[in-house]
Design a protein around this ligand. Structure first.
Ligand code: HEC
Ligand code: HEC
Ligand code: HEC
Length: 244
């Protein structure tokens, strides 16, 4: 059973290698299409609709991403969400062999260890999650259980490479600009987005305790980032400010 899936994936990968010369990669701007106005109307507001750029996903992950946006508060008729899904699946599909894997330490190891069963550029799908370090670690664990063969050193390099190149794509958010914004979007946005901060008025100590609580839940925060985040949160979401 496992072998069959593996061979099927291999087949797809080999076929697409033949097509590589024709591959153009994902679009850099929103392509035209009958559903584009719906996307722009329903998927802007919290972030520009351009947040979809840079993503290449299999159909099931686009459905999942839209569900995720509905959980975040996106509003609309079910049939309109279906049209948006069709647009995204058509224009931002993952096609093996079309992804330009960025150069960097760990790339060679990724190609060596992860090409055995499928095209290694499958990592652009981020396995259907934000692609944060902890999530990459669990994808790698899953691949080891499926039979991936590598050394601990190779897996460490692959994890670093994936985290550096295929982590959460921070969408421009509505949080006020300031030092610490990017790191908050990246380190805190992956689990629950950043809408959680809106309307809060807490002291620096209270923000520090919240960050520690989140570290307990799995947030990866360096001491320097912790200072930066606490400063940012106290400045914009502290007891004295009026930002909602
Ligand atoms: C022994 C075979 C094998 C090796 C080696 C392997 N994989 Fe996989 N991988 C699979 C199979 C089978 C699937 C599809 C089933 C699944 O998602 O569980 C898959 C799926 C994936 C997916 C999710 C694709 C999707 O869209 O669902 C990602 C991401 C992935 N692999 C990454 C990796 C990485 C990174 C490595 C190297 C560390 C690797 N794989 C090595 C067998 C393998
Ligand atoms: C690994 C996942 C994860 C990460 C990363 C994460 N959180 Fe959370 N966060 C949670 C979960 C789960 C809850 C719900 C906890 C509960 O039920 O009280 C939560 C709740 C919250 C809440 C509301 C509850 C409260 O304690 O007031 C705030 C505010 C919050 N997180 C801030 C942050 C900040 C700031 C960061 C970045 C330092 C962060 N989170 C990173 C998982 C995470
Ligand atoms: C109510 C607010 C809201 C609306 C409306 C909304 N989003 Fe989002 N979206 C978010 C937030 C918050 C994030 C930040 C990351 C997260 O929470 O997953 C995000 C992130 C994203 C990302 C990037 C995720 C990543 O890993 O890089 C994509 C893609 C996306 N949204 C697509 C859409 C689409 C498609 C729609 C319309 C169907 C939509 N969004 C509508 C709140 C929204």
């Amino acid at each position: 059973m496992k072998l069959t899936i593996c061979l099927t994936l291999l087949g797809v990968g080999a076929l697409s290698l033949l097509n590589t010369a024709r591959a153009e990669g994902p679009p850099q701007t929103l392509p035209d299409g009958p559903e584009k106005p719906l996307l722009v109307a329903m998927c802007s507001g919290c972030h520009p609709a351009e947040a979809v750029l840079g993503h290449q996903n299999p159909p099931k992950y686009w459905d999942k991403e839209i569900e995720h946006m509905i959980d975040r508060g996106a509003k609309g008729k079910p049939e309109d969400f279906e049209k948006i899904a069709a647009y995204l699946k058509r224009n931002f599909a993952y096609v093996p062999g079309t992804v330009n894997l960025p150069d960097g330490p760990g790339k060679a190891e990724l190609i060596e260890v992860c090409s055995k069963c499928h095209n290694p550029d499958i990592v652009v799908t981020r396995d259907g999650q934000e692609g944060l370090r902890t999530q990459w670690a669990s994808t790698i664990e899953r691949m080891i259980r499926k039979g991936a063969k590598g050394t601990d050193k190779q897996y460490d390099l692959i994890e670093d490479y994936l985290t550096a190149n295929f982590d959460f794509i921070p969408v421009p958010s509505y949080l006020p600009e300031g030092p610490g914004k990017k790191v908050l979007e990246k380190e805190c946005g992956g689990c629950h987005g950043v809408a959680l901060f809106l309307g809060r008025h807490e002291s620096r100590d209270a923000w520090g305790r919240t960050i520690e609580n989140m570290i307990g839940r799995g947030a990866r925060v360096t001491p320097a980032d912790m200072e930066l985040m606490a400063d940012y949160l106290t400045k914009f979401y502290g007891p004295d400010n009026l930002i909602r």
